[in-house]
Design a protein around this ligand. Structure first.
Ligand SMILES: Nc1ncnc2c1ncn2[C@@H]1O[C@H](COP(=O)(O)OP(=O)(O)OP(=O)(O)O)[C@@H](O)[C@H]1O
Ligand SMILES: [Mg+2]
Length: 309
């Protein structure tokens, strides 16, 4: 039964994503623009299947890639946002102590005896993303996003991996829960530290490069339909220029989207140095960076010239 269900799901996924170009097109329909390199990596992650580790600078679309994948497969996305000190209780499951206490009180009030088995029953289990992804009933596998795994401790990383390799978890009071449809796993990292060998060994890897101005403009057009095409390209070119400065927080795709959204709200059709100066709080978010951009000048930002002719 389990094997049949899994084979059916595989066929279904295969029909939805028969090859890399179909995946590029399906991502595109979900407003996610991927180049062939990224699409191939995602394709393999789904079809092998094997977890994929996506690395790249802030805002290059790591998190969004997992969301788009879940959308195009029409399957749930379970997201675990990692942070320092995250533990199994946050990731996998916890017992709902307040509800258990309430259960005891209610039973006592009704004069009934409560056994341990009553209290450690599935209705008192708080399911966290890893367990939800394992328990997902199908018809297709869920996408499990372990976002910013580099923020978690190395032990936690190892823990998630053993669990995912087994596609099963044992809850002492309930027994072993085995996934019918092992999830498609996407991990992201901003490289704040090196990841465990045990983890990288088990993953496919893809580094997402920062895109050029044309692609940034295309992404902006998708995300801010109210903006005019030339405005998006102008903003993308300016952002690309700003990124050549030695900024503490170089603006990314999100900032390009925010900037163009702001300009659209302001009714701006074309960026001139004056409007750039008024609005660069949407792209530069640090006092020192602001000074650096200011000293380079708005004319340079907008036109690539120093404004002196
Ligand atoms: N290839 C892309 N196609 C469409 N939108 C994109 C693409 N890349 C980035 N975006 C948009 O840029 C924004 C930032 O993307 P996302 O949050 O996925 O970045 P990230 O790499 O996860 O960044 P961080 O490291 O800060 O978490 C989102 O609004 C997303 O929609
Ligand atoms: Mg992210």
């Amino acid at each position: 039964m389990t094997t049949a269900a899994r084979a059916g799901a595989e066929e279904d996924v295969q029909r939805r994503i028969p090859d890399v170009p179909s995946l590029v097109a399906a991502l595109d329909r979900n407003n996610y623009l991927a180049d062939v390199g990224l699409a191939t990596a995602l394709f393999l992650a789904v079809r092998l299947p094997q977890p994929i580790l996506l690395e790249g600078e802030a805002g290059v679309g790591k998190t969004e890639a997992a969301k788009a994948l879940a959308e195009l497969l029409d399957t749930p996305l379970y997201r675990l946002q990692c942070y320092e000190g995250i533990d199994a209780g946050e990731a996998l499951y916890e017992w709902n102590h307040p509800r258990q206490l309430l259960g005891i009180r209610l039973a006592e009030a009704g004069g009934a005896a409560v056994t341990e088995t009553d209290l450690f029953a599935p209705q008192y289990l708080l399911r966290r993303p890893l367990l939800q992804a394992l328990e997902h009933p199908g018809p297709r596998p869920a996408v499990l996003l372990l976002d910013e795994i580099d923020r978690a401790d190395a032990e936690f990383e190892a823990f998630t991996f053993e669990l995912l390799a087994e596609a099963a978890v044992t809850i002492p009071e309930l027994g072993t829960i085995r996934a019918t449809h092992p999830p498609i796993v996407v991990l992201t990292s901003n490289r704040t530290r090196d990841l465990h060998d045990a983890l990288t060994r088990r993953c496919l890897y893809h580094w997402i490069d920062y895109p050029g101005p044309d692609r940034i403009a295309e992404i902006v057009r998708r995300r801010v339909p109210a903006s005019s095409g030339p405005l998006a390209l102008q903003a993308a070119a300016a952002i690309t220029r700003v990124r050549t400065l030695d900024l503490a927080k170089p603006p990314g795709i999100s900032e390009a989207i925010d900037w163009v959204s702001a300009l659209a709200v302001l009714g701006v059709q074309s960026i001139d140095p004056g409007t750039a100066e008024q609005t660069w709080g949407t792209i530069v978010k640090n006092r020192d960076d602001l000074e650096l951009v200011g000293s380079r000048g708005a004319a340079w930002l907008v036109e690539g010239t120093d404004g002196q002719g």
